[in-house]
Ligand binder design. Structure first.
Ligand code: ZN
Length: 74
């Protein structure tokens, strides 16, 4: 895959969230608009969630994100 901005080489990666006790977790795409929850910050009941793959251009640093249905759950 080449960068859409500068045609440089893209490398695969992912974004990390830090939870309680700095537990690391792959950032997810979540269907719909965020619904505030008193207990957990944002409610995720019954909505689709997908891990986000992020490709980074080694030349200019451009980031491109994908939330593919076929990606293995992390
Ligand atoms: Zn680039």
């Amino acid at each position: 895959m080449n960068c859409p901005k500068c045609q440089g080489t893209m490398e695969e990666g992912f974004q990390v969230d830090y939870g309680h006790y700095n537990a690391r977790k792959v950032t997810e795409w979540v269907e719909g608009e965020p619904q505030p929850s008193f207990w957990s910050g944002v409610s995720l009941g019954g909505v689709a969630r997908l891990p986000i793959q992020v490709w980074r251009c080694q030349s200019c640093g451009y980031l491109e994100s994908y939330a593919r249905q076929t990606t293995a759950k992390l």
